[in-house]
Design a binder for this molecule. Structure first.
Ligand SMILES: Nc1ncnc2c1ncn2[C@@H]1O[C@H](COP(=O)(O)OP(=O)(O)OP(=O)(O)O)[C@@H](O)[C@H]1O
Ligand SMILES: [Mg+2]
Length: 256
């Protein structure tokens, strides 16, 4: 069974249709890359999955349970929204770390708050998990550093650890390296590659075409709010079937 099933998702901003009939599914342990020109709706799609935007149509299921349906009443939509959000983790382009907290605190904060609300996990365990995640990110010696004391690549790795700390079913990345210099890009891509090797279920929006192709089990090319082409990443990138995909990739190759 698919861990994620997105069916006929629609989103409008005012009268502008930004997502149109978006359908795809993702198996547990798979990575999906999403590519597409600026304004094609990639961020909006991730924001809809993370309940940061409310879609106007369609449905989203996680592990066979519908977490969003356009048919739902506003009350149903709001019900357990924070729990529903926890199915997804989101890593942003600009890291979005809390500047007033250390690397370790950035990672443990949400877990501490949840524990306070629901009881359960204790402080020591949460901190141990946080330290283990930092180590996994190659940042064991940076636990007590504040974001301003970290490079962009290090900050982004803390952001990835922070997302992982909440054990999301699906980890989403929105252009995780586009604010980074090329040498820092490499260290973040390596971390994501390792997560893929460990079969972390992921959706990766990226402009790194080679990475998108090599890391993913499935690839989607979006243009103007629709999925133009989807399938095997090597097939789509190396042998696109649609003219729009060919144009996008050719244009992209010229620029880089
Ligand atoms: N809050 C909003 N209000 C109105 N229009 C919006 C809003 N957010 C996004 N849009 C519009 O929706 C369209 C899709 O935007 P989106 O940010 O999803 O594209 P994107 O594919 O992520 O682009 P980029 O590669 O530049 O990040 C754009 O035309 C954008 O202007
Ligand atoms: Mg975007």
């Amino acid at each position: 069974m698919a861990i994620l099933e997105v069916s006929h998702l629609e989103k409008k901003f005012g009268t502008t249709q930004v997502l149109q009939d978006i359908s795809f599914s993702l198996e547990k342990g798979q990575a999906l890359s999403i590519i597409g020109a600026s304004g094609s709706g990639k961020t909006t799609l991730l924001r809809c999955l993370n309940f940061l935007e409310k879609p106007d149509g369609g449905s989203i299921s996680v592990g066979g349970t519908t977490v969003f349906s356009a048919e739902d009443s506003p009350t149903q939509y709001e019900r357990d929204i924070r729990t529903k959000r926890l199915h997804f983790g989101l890593v942003f382009q600009n890291f979005n770390l809390f500047p007033q907290y250390t690397a370790l605190q950035n990672i443990t904060l949400a877990c501490e708050l949840l524990a306070k609300e629901h009881g359960g996990e204790n402080h020591t365990l949460i901190e141990e998990t946080g330290r283990a995640l930092l180590e996994q990110m190659g940042l064991a010696d940076r636990a007590d550093h504040y974001p301003y004391q970290l490079s962009g690549g290090q900050q982004q790795r803390v952001a990835i650890a922070r997302a992982l700390a909440l054990h999301p079913d699906i980890l989403c990345f929105d252009e995780p390296t586009s604010a980074l210099d090329p040498e820092l890009t490499g260290e973040v891509l390596r971390v994501i590659r390792t997560l893929a090797e460990k079969r972390t279920t992921m959706i990766i929006v990226t402009h790194e075409m080679t990475f998108a192709r090599d890391v993913a089990d499935q690839l989607i090319f979006m243009d103007g709010g629709v999925i133009v082409e989807q399938g095997d990443p090597h097939q789509v990138i190396d042998h696109p079937r649609r003219e729009r995909t060919r144009q996008f990739l050719a244009h992209y190759a010229e620029e880089s």
